[in-house]
Write a protein that binds this ligand. Structure first.
Ligand SMILES: *[C@@H]1O[C@H](CO)[C@@H](O)[C@H](O)[C@H]1NC(C)=O
Ligand SMILES: *[C@@H]1O[C@H](CO)[C@@H](O)[C@H](O)[C@H]1NC(C)=O
Ligand SMILES: *[C@@H]1O[C@H](CO)[C@@H](O)[C@H](O)[C@H]1NC(C)=O
Ligand SMILES: *[C@@H]1O[C@H](CO)[C@@H](O)[C@H](O)[C@H]1NC(C)=O
Ligand SMILES: *[C@@H]1O[C@H](CO)[C@@H](O)[C@H](O)[C@H]1NC(C)=O
Ligand SMILES: *[C@@H]1O[C@H](CO)[C@@H](O)[C@H](O)[C@H]1NC(C)=O
Length: 399
């Protein structure tokens, strides 16, 4: 077996003191005779080929870096490590061919050219606004001043490797980033490689494998609305899932709802934050007197969706924000008006109906009340006939 950590140290040493054009071949590591010979690595394709002076039914191919190692069994050369193994080679790697159940093996070391300090650092990418992507990096600290960097990427195994189309440059014209458009997030691993050139020295490349969904900054949830129906439901908050280029399952999202009192935005933080998996939330702590500011953000849950929180939606305001004193007065006035009206109509009804049945008015007046115009006239007409003093007094009272 191969002593991998030891070999990695050997590679480190070799790359420090032998910055040769080592990109294209795999350095022999053993001097013993072996039926397996002539190891050749195409590192851009992650393909290792060899020759054998004996026919074996099976070979085990292995690649080890300082981080991890992978094995694969094949019946014949070459051996292809798919991109899914996500094994960057910029720090070098050891490749080994073994014949199972024998002590036959052959190893070689892949040593990238150029001093480690010439490679870019702090490489990072972000996908935003559904299909735009930015990648940025810093020039290596040991890179000569004339160093120019170039980015190549391969979105999936089926696609060709492409160079960046729109570089971001610093004041000296050196490429420090790349802008991408129409990026499709696929459920495979994307390969990025930044190499460089300089008149003075070899520039070490840097490569990285990234699953694009992990670097997507989710756009805000759409169509956020709040409608307050008052008690008992409070306010109903509804929204739709954020736009993405790749998520079809609506259940892939979790939402965080942030509601703040407009007047005391700092103090009234909801703790713990409200997190839901559906598209609707009933805000119960609703106070008619206040105005609230609402924003919502999304993240992935259990799917190939970024599990980091995305962008907040534009804050929207809801609630009536009625002033305490005025609303109390208004309510009181309204209540007062209603009760007075009710009382009046009730009393009137009572009075009007009782009037005919019983008589709350003193007896002497009663007669007149019952008399119609016709009756009075009759009496008046009849006056002379009666001719009594009593009758005359009565007529005076009436007129
Ligand atoms: C290996 O086997 C193939 C046929 O399967 C034969 O043509 C070839 O000569 C053999 N090589 C050796 C080295 O035995
Ligand atoms: C493999 O084992 C045989 C004996 O089984 C031995 O003669 C030979 O030297 C060994 N080869 C290596 C490379 O260790
Ligand atoms: C670059 O990354 C290193 C660690 O990888 C970090 O210490 C350093 O602060 C970063 N530099 C910048 C400018 O972000
Ligand atoms: C992407 O890069 C462009 C150009 O450098 C910049 O204007 C924009 O703010 C960047 N966007 C993000 C999300 O980093
Ligand atoms: C960088 O890599 C690309 C793609 O493999 C290659 O065509 C180009 O020659 C390389 N540039 C340098 C300076 O090594
Ligand atoms: C959001 O609402 C607008 C208008 O109400 C509608 O046209 C649009 O389709 C909605 N968005 C989604 C994602 O349904």
């Amino acid at each position: 077996m191969v002593d991998t950590p030891g070999l990695i140290r050997v590679i480190w040493w070799m790359t420090l003191f032998h910055p040769l054009h080592a990109d294209t071949y795999c350095m022999k590591l053993e001097t013993q005779e072996s039926p397996v010979t002539n190891l050749i690595l195409n590192w851009r394709k992650m393909e290792l080929s060899w020759e054998s002076s004996m026919n074996f039914s099976e070979y085990t191919c292995a690649v080890s870096t300082d981080k991890t190692s992978i094995q694969k069994k094949v019946e014949s050369a070459p051996c292809h490590f798919p991109k899914e193994v996500k094994l960057p080679l910029h720090n070098g790697a050891v490749f080994t061919i073994e014949v199972p159940n024998t002590n036959i093996s052959k190893s070689c070391a892949f040593c990238p050219g150029g001093m480690p300090g010439t490679a870019i650092t702090n490489f990072s990418c972000v996908i935003y606004s559904v299909s735009l992507m930015n990648c940025t990096w810093h020039a290596g600290r040991d890179a000569p001043g004339d160093t120019q960097y170039f980015l190549y990427w391969q979105n999936s195994g089926e696609e060709e490797e492409r160079e960046c189309e729109l570089y971001v440059k610093d004041e000296n014209g050196r490429h420090t980033g790349c802008q991408f458009q129409n990026v499709m997030i696929k459920d495979t691993t994307t390969y990025f490689m930044v190499n460089g050139s300089s008149k003075d020295s070899l520039i070490r490349f840097h490569d990285e494998y990234i699953e694009l969904y992990t670097i997507e900054r989710l756009t805000p949830p759409l169509n956020v609305t709040a409608s307050c129906t008052g008690y008992p439901q409070g306010c109903i908050i509804e929204w739709q899932e954020p736009l993405t280029s790749h998520v079809e399952n609506k259940n892939c999202f979790q939402y965080e709802i942030n509601i703040q009192n407009k007047d005391e935005p700092k103090e009234e933080k909801m703790d713990p934050p409200v997190r839901v998996r559906n598209y609707r939330y009933e805000f119960q702590n609703f106070n008619v007197k206040k105005i609230y500011i609402l924003k919502i953000r999304a993240r992935g849950k259990h799917c190939f969706v970024n599990s980091n929180w995305g962008e907040w939606s534009e804050p929207i305001e809801f609630g009536q924000g009625k002033d305490d004193f005025i609303s109390v007065i208004l309510v009181l006035i309204a209540l007062g008006t209603i009760s007075v009206t009710l009382l009046q109509s009730f009393l009137c009804k009572r009075y009007c109906s009782f009037k005919r049945i019983c008589s709350p008015i003193p007896q002497p007046r009663d007669k007149f009340n019952i008399l119609t115009d016709e009756d009075t006239q009759k009496e008046y007409v009849n006056l002379p006939k009666k001719g009594s003093t009593e009758d005359i007094i009565m007529v005076e009272e009436m007129t």
